[in-house]
Design a protein around this ligand. Structure first.
Ligand code: NGF
Length: 288
């Protein structure tokens, strides 16, 4: 399951409903144009935490129906309601998703025993492989090497989506667990993570910049670091401009400028005003 996975964005209409036709276009664009190896569905970039369980299921269905077996699919099922996470995990598994992933439970400052119990309970009831989704900046949940080791004792936990700028910890996990899958989560740090021998990356900007991400990753694997650094530099110029203009909104606007109906963000996320729409179009012209 190695490689470059797009953290798929989702197209919503002005009422916050999933725009099926638009979502299908986003899937096709990622497979046919960006040529990524896989899709990470209903993550942060998919506005997962703004959706109802029914909407999440609908997204899982549409993406699988459109992608078929063209690329690998990972379903992010994490939810504070563990029963919902289990239900979504079973649903995605029946649809044929290659693995599930769950964000560490957040908000109530759970201790590590509770976090471990969350994953083990889900996996007792979901017949699939699990990739832990660790993103301390958004969840407030940081885990140590020893805690990752305890989670990895469950053989169904096959890896981690590591979204943190802690390269010491990343190197330690890589060294200690050569057989677990590590996906880097910050697109702007892809080369640095690739040098540490991660197995792949999962990122939002791959919706528009997946081809460059693949180049960076492949060059790094071949040891062609100087060339990879040049591409990471352009990539980071692009990412800096996207972040300054509004992350998911700008990705959507860039896709629209490419003829993909990426729709709107779901409330309470706001959409771009006219100046920022223009800026997004300029970003697309400059870098893509
Ligand atoms: O969007 C975030 C929030 N992180 C993503 C990614 O790690 C998670 C990252 O690609 C994700 O997209 C998902 O779960 O769907 C950043 O957007 C990117 O590196 C720009 O900072 O931190």
């Amino acid at each position: 399951m190695n490689g470059i996975y797009t953290a798929l964005i989702c197209s919503f209409d002005e009422k916050g409903k999933v725009n099926e036709a638009g979502l299908r276009e986003i899937v096709r664009h990622n497979i046919d144009v960006q040529q990524v190896d896989g899709l990470y569905v209903n993550g942060s970039s998919g506005e997962n935490f703004l959706m109802s369980a029914d909407q999440k299921k609908k997204v899982f269905e549409i993406v699988k129906d459109e992608a078929k077996n063209d690329v690998k699919l990972i379903a992010q099922i994490g939810a504070l309601d563990i029963d919902e996470a289990i239900e979504l995990g079973r649903f995605a598994t029946e649809l044929g998703y290659d693995a599930v992933s769950a964000v560490t439970p957040f908000y109530y400052r759970f201790d590590f025993d509770e976090v471990r119990d969350y994953y083990n309970t889900i996996l007792e009831q979901v017949d699939n492989k699990m990739i832990i989704y660790s993103i301390p900046a958004l969840t407030g949940v940081s885990m140590s090497l020893g805690q990752f080791a305890e989670l990895f004792e469950n053989e169904k936990i096959i890896g981690v989506k590591f979204t943190a700028p802690d390269f010491f910890l990343l190197e330690r996990i890589r060294h200690a667990f050569p057989d677990k899958l590590i996906f880097s989560g910050f697109d702007e740090m892809l080369l640095s993570a690739a040098v540490l021998d991660v197995d792949g990356a999962i990122g939002s900007t791959f919706n528009v910049n997946g081809r460059r991400a693949k180049q960076i990753f492949e060059l790094a694997q071949e040891g062609r670091i100087k060339e990879a650094r040049e591409i990471q530099k352009v990539t980071n110029d692009l990412i800096a401009d996207i972040l300054a203009n509004g992350l998911y909104q700008t990705i959507k606007e860039i896709l629209k400028s490419r003829g993909v109906d990426a729709g709107l963000c779901k409330k309470p996320m706001k959409n771009l005003d006219a100046d920022r729409v223009k800026k997004a179009q300029e970003i697309a012209k400059t870098y893509l």
